[in-house]
Design a protein around this ligand. Structure first.
Ligand SMILES: NC(=O)c1ccc[n+]([C@@H]2O[C@H](COP(=O)([O-])OP(=O)(O)OC[C@H]3O[C@@H](n4cnc5c(N)ncnc54)[C@H](OP(=O)(O)O)[C@@H]3O)[C@@H](O)[C@H]2O)c1
Length: 263
């Protein structure tokens, strides 16, 4: 169902709110159990593998990334009702427009997967270039908060939904040369627990350590030894069902994808 743009209010504080006229509806699918799932950062790696796994199970996926080739490949492979868009999660206005459009066309997400992240090149903290420090915090923390800011009001209005914020083993432990990434993922753990205390009954936020997976990000910090770890498509076979099983009982938990190295 299409809603008139006027049904959504963009307030000066940048928070998307909904008029009482707004009825959140899910796009109709032949499978009544199909969920509407938003995956941030799905042009490659874990996000891409998860999006493809969810689609294979019959769910409706909206995802984003900054690489045009990644987004256009997904669009060619998976047409509507799936929706892949160029969005920089660090850009709050872009996230606001993206979320508003998706909520109008698909309703509030049943599952919001805050996966998009970057890692600065390995270096002692005092040698990390200032732009890499800013980008890591802006995407990993700021991007997650932007998604929460613009999707949660509709999730709360609808009364149920799960927000999964991607943490890391380095959100619960530390190593040298990845201090800024650790800072960003420890922030994810903290903000998720505080958010969980703010949410109404029926809505849940969890921090997820996905384990160790052979992706571009892992190669950046592990080098060639990354190839010893599971490929994203294999990881998604464990992660997908695990994420679909999360619900209100898990609100505020720090969880791991079971059966994956680094859990
Ligand atoms: N791989 C691991 O072993 C591991 C371990 C622990 C935690 N994690 C976490 O798991 C998640 C996925 O990691 P990964 O290994 O799959 O990383 P990856 O291979 O580097 O993929 C990252 C994804 O995020 C997207 N992205 C980055 N910045 C973005 C931005 N500003 N806006 C929108 N999309 C953005 C990238 O797309 P574009 O380049 O198109 O923007 C890409 O699709 C991350 O949160 C990571 O911290 C991974």
């Amino acid at each position: 169902m299409r809603m008139p743009a006027a049904a959504i209010g963009f307030c000066k504080d940048g928070v998307t709110r909904f008029s009482p006229l707004h009825t959140v509806r899910r796009m109709s699918t032949s499978d009544k159990r199909a969920k509407f799932i938003v995956v941030t950062g799905c042009t490659r790696g874990c996000g891409r593998a998860l999006a493809e796994w969810f689609i294979a199970q019959g769910h409706v996926i909206a995802g984003c990334g900054r690489r045009e080739d990644g987004v256009s490949t997904l669009r060619k492979k998976f047409g509507p009702p799936h929706d892949f868009t160029l969005v920089d999660m660090a850009d709050d206005d872009a996230v606001m427009r993206w979320a508003a459009r998706l909520i109008i066309t698909h309703g509030a997400p049943d599952l919001l997967v805050n996966n998009a992240a970057v890692i600065a090149r390995n270096a002692p903290l005092w040698k990390v270039p200032v732009d890499e420090v800013s980008a890591t915090l802006a995407v990993n923390v700021g991007g997650t908060v932007n998604a929460i800011r613009h999707f949660i009001p509709a999730i709360i209005t609808r009364g149920h939904g799960v927000i999964v914020n991607f943490s890391s083993g380095w959100g619960r432990s530390t190593s040298p040369d990845v201090a800024i990434y650790c800072a960003s993922k420890w922030a994810i753990e903290g903000l998720t627990q505080a958010l969980a205390q703010e949410l109404p009954k029926g809505v849940a936020a969890v921090a997820l350590n996905p384990g160790i997976i052979d992706t571009e990000m892992l190669r950046s910090c592990f080098g060639g030894s990354a190839s010893a770890y599971p490929k994203p498509a294999d990881w998604a076979k464990s992660a997908g069902p695990f994420l679909l099983g999360l619900g209100p009982k898990d609100n505020g938990s720090s969880v791991n994808v079971p059966g994956v190295p680094g859990e």
